[in-house]
Design a protein around this ligand. Structure first.
Ligand code: SF4
Length: 605
């Protein structure tokens, strides 16, 4: 079959069906099952770890080498949030009495093991889960490149040791790979493409002989097809999102997720806040060349009504005790009136409730009244995809932003200072010159962001950028999955697609980060010292030998008149640069003062 992924609407599917069904009736008389699967009674959905096994166990080893058992038990070290996509899938099976569906959050499970100082053995984790849940079918969610290693391991382990279990994969990353005919996906019997609430439900119904056709899937194991013609090409798109059931929040221990980790590295709320995620919009009006939203969600934007959004917030707040929601939308502000209705209703409720958008808001869509309403209704954090400081690169990226729009809109941010603003930039975009890259740094330094995130350009499967590079015979081997390069340079494992070369792009990006977020941090320099200190405290938990962060803490504590803490932070700074030549070099290169009252570096090359 073809892996091509043409998105069709529900209406188009209805048109396709009659012809195919007529054809099927004829063929069914001739074709029998290649192999008849057992009925699917037990389904296990697995949320794959977003850390590789090496990353997980490096954490463990570093604890041992430190001779301390404290680090992995620090919950702020890990990003954990509920597997929302699986909760949507689970909700589709609520009415089905013949199928039992359970969710196993393997990401959470592995983190909990580390927090109990237990080394993680993925094979054992998989074996234990299979023994416990006894599934006939395992569904694996792979949203990010970072979880692909885990997806492959779990899929291959099940296929090798539990041959009767059907393996189904899905998610953004798997869809992108499947659309590129990636050869590494053979461990999955089926791959559900795009948004899969119906694709997955119909697949299970098909396997249980309750349905004659299936759509929105790639079939790797054709012995499970009754007939080649049962497979209808294309994907089903849910046009009216309100027709989807509310995610099955009760199928996981939602109330307690916050106890094991944080929402993201930029969590701006207290760490003991019960939190959840919601998706109120699917798709984005823009079509940025590097972004997978278009290829996964299709054209245009579909939204839950404000009424439905509030219904979910009420449920999370009243039934599950959730006090903060991160909207994982790609275009939350697409419909201004809807945003005003949602924020007005939250204000009216007078809940002890905050919210954020970590995925990114289009800066160009904001206006003063809307942003003020967002702040008043409890918005604590917004991130913006600014990407570049050069108009030509923005044009090549097809970004819905120009430097002129940026200049105008950025003025709004000072009006609502309670919100924390992060700007996201892409470095090393193919064709970007060193001068253009420098302009990105200028924009990062010039405008009032609380934090700048510099991400080295990493093409994602089935995006315009990926396909363009593919046409030019690019080699994607070694494209890394790192997400922490703003904190930890040494962990970046990727490669770049820019003529300046890997080393130049890596070094420049990391130096941009050190300069704009640490040495010249605007909050630390007087705008909001408390906020700056929180940022640096978060970083030293994550990267304990980050000498710049310790030095910034020394300065920040001193400004807050917390002299003992300041002294301790200063001692840590000195200790690190004494032992670590990388940090010593960086302090000298950046002419970063050890203390804000010192005039010279008390160290030598
Ligand atoms: S604006 Fe953001 S979500 Fe929309 S296409 Fe561009 S990168 Fe993707």
């Amino acid at each position: 079959m073809s892996c091509s992924n043409k998105i069709v609407t529900g209406e188009e599917l209805i048109q396709i069906k009659p012809n195919v069904t007529q054809q099927l009736k004829k063929e069914k008389r001739l074709v029998k099952y290649s192999s008849k699967p057992n009925p699917i009674k037990n389904i296990l959905l697995i949320n794959i770890p977003r850390l590789t096994i090496r990353q997980l166990n490096d954490e463990f080893q570093s604890t041992l080498s430190l001779g301390t058992q404290s680090k992995p038990t620090v919950k702020t070290h890990y990003e954990i949030y509920p597997p929302l996509g699986l909760l949507y899938l689970s909700s589709m099976f609520k009415e089905k009495n013949n199928v039992d569906l359970q969710i196993f959050d393997m990401h959470l499970n592995c983190i909990q093991m580390l927090q109990k100082n237990t080394i993680v053995n993925w094979k054992k984790v998989v074996d234990d889960a299979i023994k416990k849940y006894k599934p006939d079918l395992v569904g694996i969610s792979s949203m990010f490149g970072a979880s692909f290693e885990g997806t492959k391991f779990v899929g291959e382990t099940i296929k090798k040791h539990y041959k009767d279990i059907i393996v189904v994969c899905g998610g953004v990353h798997m869809t992108g790979l499947a659309n590129n005919n990636d050869e590494n996906l053979k461990f999955a019997d089926f791959i559900c493409l795009n948004e899969s609430e119906y694709h997955f439900l119909w697949l299970v119904e098909y396997l249980n002989n309750e349905k004659d056709t299936l759509t929105g899937v790639v079939v790797n194991n054709k012995t499970l097809l009754r007939n080649e013609a049962d497979l209808i090409p294309g994907s089903h798109v849910v046009q009216d999102l309100d027709t989807l059931p509310i995610p099955d929040f009760g199928s996981i221990d939602l109330k307690n997720y916050y106890k094991y980790g944080i929402l993201s590295g930029a969590q701006t709320i207290d760490y003991d806040t019960p939190l959840a995620t919601m998706q109120t919009v699917r798709g984005c009006i823009a079509r940025c060349s590097f972004c997978a939203v278009r290829s996964f969600n299709g054209l245009g934007v579909r939204m839950h009504s404000s009424k439905r959004v509030l219904e979910e917030i009420d449920l999370l707040y009243n039934k599950f005790g959730i006090r903060h929601v991160d909207f994982v939308d790609d275009d939350f502000t697409y419909d201004r009136q809807r945003v005003m209705e949602i924020t007005d209703s939250i204000i009216d409720r007078d809940y002890n409730f905050t919210w954020s958008i970590g995925n990114g808001v289009r800066l160009g869509s904001l206006d003063e009244e809307m942003l003020k309403n967002m702040e008043k209704s409890g918005c604590t954090y917004l991130s913006f995809g600014i990407e570049s400081g050069d108009d030509e690169i923005l044009r090549q990226m097809k970004k819905p932003l120009t430097l002129e729009i940026l200049r105008e809109k950025v003025k709004l941010l000072d009006i609502c200072p309670k919100i924390y603003y992060r700007a996201n930039f892409i470095t090393g975009y193919p064709g970007e010159t060193k001068e253009q890259l420098q302009k990105t740094m200028d924009v990062a330094e010039k405008y009032p962001w609380d934090w700048n995130l510099f991400s080295i350009c990493k093409p994602l499967p089935d995006t315009d950028l990926w396909n363009e590079l593919l046409e030019n015979n690019a080699d994607f081997e070694g494209v890394g999955n790192n997400t922490d390069q703003d904190y930890n340079y040494s962990s970046y494992e990727g490669k770049v697609f820019n003529d300046a070369g890997d080393e130049y792009i890596f070094n420049t990006s990391y130096d941009f980060n050190l300069k704009s977020n640490f040495k010249n941090n605007k909050n630390l320099n007087g705008r909001n010292v408390v906020r700056a200190v929180k940022d640096f405290e978060r970083i030293v938990v994550k990267v304990e030998n980050h000498a710049f962060a310790w030095n910034c803490l020394a300065i920040g504590y001193k400004k807050l008149k917390q002299y003992e803490k300041s002294e301790h932070a200063l001692e840590n700074t000195m200790e690190i640069i004494k032992k670590n030549s990388f940090w010593r070099k960086k302090f000298i290169e950046h002419e970063f003062l050890i203390d804000d009252t010192s005039c010279t570096l008390p160290i030598s090359k």
